[in-house]
Ligand binder design. Structure first.
Ligand SMILES: [Zn+2]
Length: 90
């Protein structure tokens, strides 16, 4: 036979469990957002350096790059070549 205290204890336990789970989840989410921001900043810095670097007179248009796999012209912003589908390292 289940007493009212047993039900109460179960409810409190479930609520506590959910609270802890939510806390961990939000912490994880915040951490993921931070790492994403850091990665984006690093990518922008790398792209800026590449653009300012030796490719000054050789590049006809600054906002395009050559695919390392098939050699076709692709926009610098894309992460994947639209021609062959290979991943591009910016
Ligand atoms: Zn390609």
């Amino acid at each position: 036979m289940i007493s009212i205290f047993g039900v109460l204890f179960m409810v409190v336990f479930v609520v506590m469990f959910l609270g802890v789970f939510l806390m961990i989840f939000t912490q994880f989410w915040r951490m993921r957002g931070m790492t994403n921001k850091v990665f984006t900043l690093a990518e922008q810095e790398m792209e800026r350096k590449l653009r300012e670097g030796p490719a000054k007179g050789t590049e006809a248009t600054p906002n395009s790059a050559a695919c390392t796999h098939c050699g076709s012209r692709v926009p610098a912003q894309v992460a994947q070549c639209p021609n062959c589908g290979a991943g591009l390292q910016v």
